[in-house]
Every structure is written in C-alpha cells, then in structure tokens.
Design a protein around this ligand. Structure first.
Ligand code: PLP
Length: 430
C-alpha cells in the first residue's frame, strides 16, 4: 500500500488516495471529464440515491478525480474525510452551512484574509448569520464572546497577511469547553507546516488556489473533517444529529458516525449549494500537491533570507514575519509550525502609502497581483486592494495598514529576489 497512513508526508503527498486507474492501468490519476455515470440497473440507481451505497451519480456531487484529491488532502491533514469545492470562500460557506441557522453566530479572529473579513462581516448576514471578531491572543476574550447561539470558532493558523501565528491548542480548548467546533483556515500554513487537527481543531478549510496547487493555475477549496466531534452531544447541530427530511428522516450522525460531516457536505452541501470543483482543477491541484513539501521548504528558506535582509535595511520600518527571531510569534512558531512560518509576510516601507505604491510599481521579478502561494514571488499593497473594503481600524487589526506591503515569497533564487527589492526600495524612497 503506497498510501498507508504509516507512510511519511513526502510519500503520502504523491500516493494518498490514488491507485492505478482500474479501467486502463493509467499511472497518473485520469481527469474524469464527465457529468454523469451509468447506473448498473434501476436498483443500483435507487441505492445510490438513498445513500445506501457509495458511488457516482452526477459530478455536482462526486467525481473520481475529485475523490482522489479529497482523500489526499484528508490524509495529509490527518482527517477522516474531505469535500472539495469551487474556491476557498466556497469552502468557508460549506464548512459553516451544516452548523449554522438564522440567528446563529460565529466567533472569529480579527487576523484573517481580507476577503474572509468581508464575507463574515457583511455577506453571511443575508443568511441570518453573524460574526463577532475577537483578538485570538486573548483566549478569555474568545470564551467571553461565545454565547448560546455561537456555533463555531474560526481562525487562521498562520494568518494572512500579518505574520501572525495562532495558538491553535489554546483556542481549541476554549471551543471544546463550549461544546462547539474550531474551524482552522490552514491555507497559508498547508498541512506540511501545520496540522491543526493535531492541535485540537475539528474542521480545516483550505483555499487550494494557493500553496496546495502552488502554480497559480486554478481556483479551489476544501473542507477537511477530523471525525472527532460528537455532533449529537447537545442539540446545537440539528442538521447532523436530527432527522433529515430530504433523505426520508435519516440522521447523518447516527448513520455515518465519524463520516457524518463529510457525507453531509456531499449529499446536502454540494447537492444543494452546487459549489462544485471541476475535475480539471482537481487534476492541477493533485499535480501541485506532489511537490508540496519540496516547495514549502524552499518558500520558508527564501522567506527567512529575504525577511532578514529587509529587517536590517534602513529604508524599511519593520518586518512582520514569525520566522524572524525578533518576532513576538517566533516562540509560538516552534510549537505550532516548527518547520517554518511559511512564505508570506508584510513589511512597512519608510514613506508610507506613497512609497508602497512606488515600490510595487518598480519591482521586476515580483508581480503585483491579488494572489499568494505561487512559485513566483508576488507582492500586493493590501490597503489599496485586498483589504480595501475594510475600515482603517480593521486594516490595522489585520496587519494590513496603509504603509505596509504583503509579499508572497516564491521559490526563485533568494539573492535575485533581494536584488530586485533593493533596486525598487531605492526608487520608492528616493
Ligand atoms: C485566498 C484565501 C481565501 C479565499 O480563497 P479563494 O480560493 O480565493 O476563494 C481564504 N483564506 C485565505 C487564508 C486565503 O489566502
């Protein structure tokens, strides 16, 4: 078995979930470019529709290429199952959907990807959901914010963009005490640097658009379930513990046990919300994951080198990267993600907003784009782009103030990246 859970990460990232194609022996996972699957007979079709047999009906729900990707990510995260979907933002809705209802709320970290702050502050209100933002460095404040209607706690292991590391265990303990799940967005860390389930998280969400695919080609998202949460322990999660009318009164948790959340994600979430990943995207993401550990090691090595160089430069005010010994989060990094703090950080340029804009315009290797986690080095001025919809107070809290740029360090030669930053800083500050 090439994908036994006993194998190490470098082996699992290539083999988990995949076997040679049963029809042709194809060694690489084929792209099953089909919308539907022929039933053996009418009884087979009925069993599939009743969830009595697991199989393929229609690619809005399941697809064999996506299934390999789901198993691969679940294995790398140490979860029991995963559901892939069309984007990272879709994954967040897919994760919350079974837990929430009108009048229910989540408690989330102030340090989040800008698009997530917008999704949680505005868009989810249309579903009757709401979000309270709290400083996750203060577990007591998180505990105080949780009320009888809170259904989840949400944070990022390594936060985008601020070089912040979350004490996942401390916040998991708070969520456990309240009988609600902790959801971790593990996009910036990837399961190579951090495995949130080992630190007590219930669910892990990803934008697979970023490091997992790793080459800036396709959008995607994923929700991984630890399988450890008891959805029937209280009456807070009726979608999972109570009879489901659309399946003849079946109870998901009673019927599927540890796989309840994953099956609900497919049988209700993908079926009715339709945020499906396409098999081409699953293919590109599978390609990317094969080299995840190699890339992440290089991202970290380069990020440390570039951050150390920036930190000693007079034209730079400060650098927020948890991989720097000077970072207030360096010690926490040793506990949460000892292999490194990722490839993403921010730095403040002397000269503020105007200098940041000049810097972004003067770089040659770095591209000015709203993406991260690519093999190419990328830069963005968050305050005028990804975090533009936020108030200045929210920008500061997220580590994306007006005088700060975020960089996503690629896997190029670190000295070339430093030379590029050097010439651009000269133009930006002269
Ligand atoms: C990009 C990103 C998202 C959103 O993912 P999309 O694939 O762009 O929808 C969510 N969280 C984090 C941390 C991200 O970097």
């Amino acid at each position: 078995m090439a994908d036994s859970p006993k194998h190490q990460f470098d082996t699992l990232q290539i083999h988990a979930g995949a076997t040679p194609d049963p029809a042709t022996g194809a060694r690489q996972t084929p792209i099953y470019q089909t919308t539907a699957y022929v039933f053996r007979d009418a009884d087979h079709a009925a069993a599939l529709f009743n969830l009595q047999e697991v199989g393929y009906i229609y690619s809005r729900l399941t697809n064999p290429t996506n299934a390999v990707l789901q198993e691969r990510i679940a294995t790398l995260e140490g979860g029991v199952g995963a559901v892939c979907c069309s984007s990272g933002h879709a994954a967040q809705i897919m994760a919350l959907f079974p837990l929430m209802g009108p009048g229910k709320n989540i408690v989330a970290s102030t340090r989040l990807y800008g698009g997530t702050v917008t999704q949680f502050s505005h868009t989810i209100k249309r579903f009757g959901w709401s979000c309270k933002f709290v400083d996750f460095d203060d577990p007591q404040a998180v505990a105080d914010a949780i009320d009888d209607d809170t259904r989840a706690v949400f944070g990022e292991a390594i936060a985008n963009p601020g070089g912040y590391i979350m004490d996942v265990r401390a916040i998991a303990d708070v969520a456990d005490a309240a009988g609600i799940p902790l959801i971790i967005d593990n996009t910036s860390a990837t399961p190579y640097l951090c495995r949130p389930i080992e630190h007590g998280a219930t669910l892990v969400v990803h934008s697979t658009t970023k490091y997992l695919t790793g080459n800036g080609t396709v959008m995607g998202g994923c929700v991984v379930d630890s399988g450890k949460f008891d959805w029937s322990a209280n009456d807070k999660f009726p979608s999972l513990s109570q009879p489901e009318e659309a399946y003849h009164g079946m109870k998901f948790h009673e019927t599927f046990g540890a796989m309840a959340f994953t099956f609900h994600g497919i049988a209700i979430g993908l079926r009715d919300l339709g945020m499906t990943m396409n098999p081409q995207a699953a293919h590109y993401t599978l390609m990317g994951i094969e080299t995840l550990s190699l890339r992440m090691d290089r991202h970290v090595q380069n990020a440390v080198k570039v951050a150390e160089w920036l930190e000693q430069d007079d034209r730079v005010d400060y650098v927020t990267y948890a991989g720097l010994k000077s970072s207030p989060y360096h010690e926490r990094m040793q506990k949460v993600c000892p292999k490194g703090a990722g490839g993403l950080f921010t730095f403040a340029v002397k000269g503020g907003y105007d200098a940041c804009v000049k810097l972004v315009n003067s770089l040659d290797i770095f591209s000015h784009v709203a993406n991260l986690g690519d093999t190419r080095s990328l830069i963005i001025h968050s305050a005028s782009t990804t975090h533009r919809q936020l108030t200045e107070e929210q920008q500061e809290a997220a580590g994306a103030g007006p005088g700060v740029v975020r960089i996503s360090i690629g896997t190029e030669d670190a000295d070339d990246l430093i030379a590029d930053l050097d010439q651009a800083l000269t133009k930006a500050t002269s």
